[in-house]
Unconditional design. Sequence first.
Length: 485
Amino acid sequence: ALCGGQRYSDDDESCSAEGITPGVCALASLAKPSPAAVASKDAGADCDKKESAERLERALIAEIESALAGNHTGFDESRLQALKRELEPLFETLPHEMASSGGGLGLSSARYLLHQHFLRQHHWYVRGLDPAGDGRKPPNEKEALRSRVAGHLLEVLENKVGKKGLNLEYLAVFVATLEHLLHGDQRERLKQSWSIHSLQPESKIDATVLVSVLEVFMAHYVYVSQKSESGYAMTLEDGLREVKTISRIYAPWSDIHSSVQQQVEKRKLVSGSSLSFEDAAEAADSVLLYFQDVSGNMCHDMEKTFFSLKGGETGRVKLQDLRKYEGGLFRESEEYLKELGALDDTDPKESYVYLANYMLGPSNCDGTTSFYDLCCPNECETHKMHLEHAVAHASDAIASITEVVTKRRGSPIAADALARLKAISSEGSGNFPIHGLSFAAWLHGIFPQECPKPRAADFNGMDGGAVPDAKQDFQATAQHSFMEW
């Protein structure tokens, strides 16, 4: 059987009628069962796989082209201008293509910039952008397509600009487009929770039903072990089972439940007792933002525990002290910690763990979607943002860095550290190498509790160590067993 190319035409027409953009429509379709049930070896399955990939490619091109033309329905020019202002300091401190003629960023530097942006703004490790990559194996071909959408989108954009590199305008377009796609997919996931409650798009419901819709939606977001298999193809029984399970095993669920109830009450003040899907969507946005804070607070509590142990003030404590801590918070295996770069086993008698490296690992990530993991906030990124603002247009990078670090530490930089900083300055040709290995190691020495200890192997990419290697696998550590029981 030949592929006819019309497999998704009805779906596209339906999305267009609802005002859903092509990229959101294609991503949502990948999370649903195939239009025709086919065996994995059937020719129909091959057609479905091929057409899904081609459709996603066309959809991403359409998203980018409408954004560049200034007529994207998901965001406007003011959003792009705001993003350009946010990205500009980081952009200016990265190596550029054809710098003498005002070129943009190459792929490695662009991926690094975009990864940093989403990490700083949302605490997201985005698959396909993370300089640390993604080592988790998707359960099927369609989920693999979904999980690589950020990388695909970046390739589409890079193909349009060619060798001149990605400038600030293109990078802002990318961020706005990806934000739109991820928010659109979030809305489609909410539609699934709405639908399995036997509701039509235009249905009106009471507060009790809306609470259930939102709890099923949130449980599916937090409950990592089930979600990748089920996509949107979930029953109400499955959803309620997830809510029951996570309410038992996940301590902050009571906070999420309270947030859901508070947001539903707010929607009642706006819409009355008869609530719509739009009320659900507004409430879901607020609950997800609250969950980001809940997750971050859990991370900060873990850090406080770590700091209270012997050596905590240096950001490095004995592994056995972590193991002994009551409550069993730190049960990750040595193999996992080593793969993460968090284990210092250079002393044959005693192993140590670096706090900053440990906290940034995937075992401390909560919410997970096809596209990103919600992980711990990283105070080191805040330090780096201040440094980038200072260095971006500075005539004396050393003086600017010294001023920022002194202010953020609340104490002067030691003479030997200042000497190392000056030595690092001489390593770069042009801009101060603020994103390279040497400066990352210097920052770890200055802020040992917040900044991770870098590894040389993580800086072996195409940009000659100017930025972390875009081909390294951050979430590859997820292939190892997290816990040691």
